[in-house]
Design a protein around this ligand. Structure first.
Ligand SMILES: [Zn+2]
Length: 458
């Protein structure tokens, strides 16, 4: 069967299923249909001209086998009603259960009193809940999935809280550690107002947008260099908990191309026996990690939107010997390269200012800060937070004034990162690296050809 036939076949079996079963089940069926439709939609544009495409993966992602299995499982189920929702801030046992279509005072009391079950409504909201109830609303089982609190496990595992009835109908609870699966996705977009507006439109999670900015942080100053019409293509991973993509998960950006002002930049994530600590590399094998960052501004949703809107003002401010970044007071400011704090305190026009001494007679200066987070003499690393944007000293409004000096002479800060040293990949790692680059190129090509948004590749 080809893709089209499978799709029709799947839809037909769904239709006949819906006809055979009571209305009560429509909620779960519609959810199922929704997921199915989205997958099929994402795949469709990939089919023509597919000689270089990873076909096997595409076919898998239709998942008709799982669909059949799910339909069969649903059909055999003893009239259970399966509903999904997420916990919300301020949820009580009653409000959650009523949203999930259950009425069960005994279960609600258990949620309030049982030490393990209580975790469902404690701590952060946004836990994904699947609940199974009888047609009368009596809860048969509940499963909730949410992040683990332990940092070392956060990227690989999630919590699975289970509440079930035993043979006597008594409720019991337990928490298990589940292991994430990953799913590869492709996306592409074009910048019109800000990076986040574009990644939102392409349905790319915030965490991936930030990783994109970090990936090219030695090449592109995402606060100053972005241009309308810049384009990006991405290959990234999303985390899947028991078959469902999670909204809280970070996932990893695996490869990207960013065309900035007509100039393409590419990078791929690479990790091997020789390079245990994974990192981003250009397609030429040069590490993306440079001795200096292109921007002292931490990239975030707030600073992203601000940067492009205020660009004309920044141009006018450039008369003096530095670069100004307009940003709301409190926006984090970071150190651009490893060094030692040579000054942290107040100076006339600069207001609260931090000066960092780097190797080779180089110095960077960060002025008008609302807050200083480092002290004089402290050794600090690249990317470390040194304070926050403010309007202290001679500043007309909140902004960061940033200077770069070599042996006391002012230089254009934009030259700083571009001229800085890059690390090269060890020779032994080159073969596997080039193979990975080839794969990344193919996927990026596919991503770039997508008309809109994102596509799933399992
Ligand atoms: Zn200034």
């Amino acid at each position: 069967m080809n893709v089209q036939t499978r799709l029709q076949h799947g839809l037909r079996s769904l239709e006949s299923f819906v006809a055979r079963y009571p209305r009560a089940l429509m909620g779960s069926l519609l959810a199922l249909l929704g997921g199915f439709g989205v997958t099929a939609f994402g795949i469709a544009p990939l089919v023509p001209g597919s000689e270089n495409l990873p076909q096997q993966q595409l076919v898998q992602s239709l998942g008709e086998a799982e669909l059949d299995a799910q339909l069969a499982a649903l059909a055999e189920h003893p009239l259970g009603l399966l509903r999904h929702d997420s916990t919300r801030p301020g949820d009580s046992a009653d409000s959650l259960l009523s949203r999930l279509g259950a009425f069960d005072p005994e279960f609600a009391a258990f949620l309030r009193s049982d030490g393990t079950a209580r975790q469902l409504l404690q701590g952060r909201s946004g836990k994904r809940v699947a609940l199974e109830a009888s047609p009368e609303g009596r809860v048969q089982s509940l499963v909730a999935r949410y992040p683990v609190g332990v940092a070392e496990l956060a990227s690989t595992h999630f919590n699975r809280l289970l509440i079930e009835r035993d043979a006597q109908g008594r409720l019991e609870s337990r928490v298990e550690l589940g292991r994430y699966e990953t799913e590869t996705r492709l996306a592409s977009g074009e910048i019109s107002s800000s990076l986040f507006a574009a990644t939102d439109e392409a349905k790319v999670p915030d965490a991936i947008a930030v990783q994109l900015a970090e990936m090219f942080s030695g090449d592109i100053d995402f606060h100053r260099d972005l241009r309308k019409g810049d384009r990006f293509s991405l290959v990234f991973e999303t985390l899947i908990a028991d078959g469902e993509p999670v909204s809280w998960g970070e996932g990893r950006l695996l490869a990207a191309e960013f065309i900035n002002n007509g100039r393409p930049h590419q990078a791929v994530w690479f990790q091997s026996n020789e390079v245990r600590k994974g990192g981003y590399y250009g397609f030429d094998g040069q590490s993306k990690r440079r001795s200096f960052l292109a921007s002292p501004m931490e990239f975030s949703r707030v600073s992203s939107g601000f940067a492009m809107r205020f660009h004309p003002i920044l141009q006018r401010m450039r008369a003096h010997k530095g670069i100004d970044y307009a940003a709301p007071t409190g926006t984090p400011v970071r150190n651009v390269g490893d060094g030692v704090v040579s000054f942290a305190g107040r100076q006339n026009g600069y207001g609260n200012v931090v000066i960092v001494r780097h190797s080779g007679g180089r110095e960077t200066l960060y002025a008008h800060l609302s807050r200083i987070d480092v002290r004089q003499g402290q050794r600090i690393e690249q990317g470390q937070r040194i304070g926050a944007v403010g309007a202290t000293g001679w500043a007309t409004g909140p902004h960061l004034h940033f200077e770069f000096r070599v042996n006391g002479v002012h230089r254009d800060p934009r030259q700083l990162a571009r001229a800085s040293e890059a690390v090269k990949l060890p020779a032994g790692a080159l073969q596997p690296f080039l193979a990975q680059v080839d794969m990344a190129k193919t996927k990026l090509q596919v991503a770039a050809s997508l008309d809109i948004g994102v596509s799933g590749l399992h």
